[in-house]
Design a protein around this ligand. Structure first.
Ligand code: FCB
Length: 469
């Protein structure tokens, strides 16, 4: 069924994604010259975290998911995470040590509204105190309202595929607004809504564990509405805001470059996954066309012009292959260039980062890299990963993409969702028994670049692919 439909021609100009998601490598412009390798004053270097992955002691839908044995290893729990809730002062110090001047955190909805309509004043107060300290220490807060997790009541009482979710998120944002007053924070309503939807509503791998195309589309529409509603609430209290979402953006490529159906999948998939949400926030029109999987076409006027920036989370390239049997799409990380996959098994493909940054230029808005990082368990590849990805930021800037900041994911090794405690993305290595934090080689490198505002190569040579695995 997918085969017949994806090969169908678009019906109108509006149906056609207005960009080419896949650019052959030969068309990627060459790197800049050495003397241009500087970042302007005002460009922000920072680090990123999320509440559930670092704070510890949170009871929410993910904690339930773990108890239901849904992680890769069913006995694994997030539990105390890396105890950031108690060690936040130390962690701000570590961020400063690494040269950061911004720190991305998320507020945990389940702490703030443990029961529907009951707000926990002490939790709100604790977040306020932490954010004020962060700012006082010279770190600009970057605050996400929703980073994958929900209070346990949410999926039962107001799930995303029902209109009640919009009002629930609005009320939560209203409760958060006073916490954010006077901070001049960069605000992110939703982290990676397409990951929540694809994983939680289409594949059933993440909470709430639904696998239903039409519900996915209703949930998507409501998430766009919820973003707009939260924005209204925040604006009402804070006045002018600098607000957006963080979008997971993959560089999609056809598994068989010559195969028309692989190429069609890339075109439709890249539009749906990478761009449809931001397009809705810019234009008020939500358009998703994934024939046989999920499609929608609705106008959401209140979403039009509802973000000040485009938030990009970039990690890798993914190859798509059409399959003649369900689920019709095969999704693979491949080591096409022989660089060695990262330890989590993703392709290290900085060129795709440049491509994505050039693609988002069309929105005409400032761009923030709200996440970019590598799972590198011995820490030897990380400086090179950062170097090659920052080179793409500079190239994109030189080509007129208004990239304002780069937040490395993550400050610390932390709880990596379905993967549990295996992956290590941190600038700081964390001993998960003692919770001791130790700098990886990338700390000094990040500091050198951030403080000097010059992109220099790492001092140590890049490990060879075999040694890096
Ligand atoms: C992103 C998530 C973040 C972390 C990184 C590795 O998709 O936003 O929480 O898990 O991947």
């Amino acid at each position: 069924m997918v085969a017949r439909e994806v090969s169908g021609a678009p019906q109108s100009e509006e149906d056609t994604p207005h960009f080419r998601p896949w650019v052959p490598a030969s068309r990627v412009p060459p790197a800049m010259s050495a003397e241009e390798r500087t970042f302007p004053e005002g460009f922000t270097f920072g680090v990123a975290t999320s509440a559930y992955q670092v704070e510890g002691g949170i009871e929410n839908d993910w904690a339930e998911w773990e108890r239901a044995g849904k992680l890769k290893e069913p006995h694994v729990r997030c539990g105390r995470a890396v105890d950031h809730w108690n060690r936040y002062e130390e962690d701000y110090g570590l961020a400063l040590e690494a040269g950061a001047s911004a720190f991305r955190v998320s507020l945990e909805w389940a702490r703030i509204e443990p029961e529907r309509g009951r707000y926990d004043g002490a939790a709100l107060e604790a977040y306020r105190e932490r954010l004020l300290r962060m700012k006082a220490r010279g770190l600009r807060p970057v605050v996400t309202l929703h980073h994958f997790t929900h209070p346990t009541w949410f999926h039962r009482e107001t799930p995303w595929h029902t209109p009640a979710s919009v009002e629930a998120f609005r009320a939560y944002a209203r409760a958060c607004a006073p916490v954010l007053k006077g901070l001049e924070a960069l605000l992110i309503t939703l982290n990676e809504p397409m990951v929540v939807l694809l994983g939680g509503y289409l594949q059933g791998l993440l909470p709430p564990g639904i696998a239903d195309g039409p519900k996915t589309m209703r949930a998507l529409e409501n998430m766009v509405r919820a973003h707009a509603a939260a924005r209204q609430e925040l604006q009402a209290v804070l006045g002018r805001v600098e607000l957006g979402i963080s979008q997971n953006m993959l560089c999609f490529a056809p598994d068989r470059w010559w195969h028309p159906l692989d190429r069609a999948l890339v075109r439709l998939g890249a539009h749906a996954y990478n761009h449809a949400f931001h397009e809705a926030l810019v234009t008020g029109k939500l358009r998703v066309t994934m024939p046989g999987v999920a499609s929608t076409r609705v106008d959401i006027p209140e979403a039009r012009g509802s973000c000040e920036f485009i938030g990009v989370n970039y990690y890798s390239r993914a190859h798509l292959r059409f399959m003649p049997r369900p689920p019709f799409i095969e999704f693979k990380f491949r080591d096409k260039l022989g660089r060695g996959l990262t330890d989590i098994g993703w392709e290290d493909y900085p060129e795709g980062f440049g491509q994505i940054l050039r693609e988002v230029k069309r929105y005409g808005l400032p761009v923030w890299v709200t996440e970019n990082g590598i799972d590198d368990r011995d820490g030897q590849r990380r400086p090179h990963y950062i170097h090659s990805h920052l080179a793409q930021v500079l190239d994109a800037r030189a080509q007129g993409v208004d990239v304002r900041g780069y937040l490395y994911w993550s400050l610390l090794d932390n709880f990596e969702w379905l993967e549990g405690w295996g992956p290590r993305f941190g600038l700081y290595h964390v001993d998960f028994d003692t919770l001791e934090r130790r700098p990886t080689p990338a700390c000094a490198y990040f500091r050198t670049v951030a403080q000097g505002r010059r992109l220099v190569p790492p001092e140590t040579p890049a490990p060879q692919p075999s040694a890096a695995r």
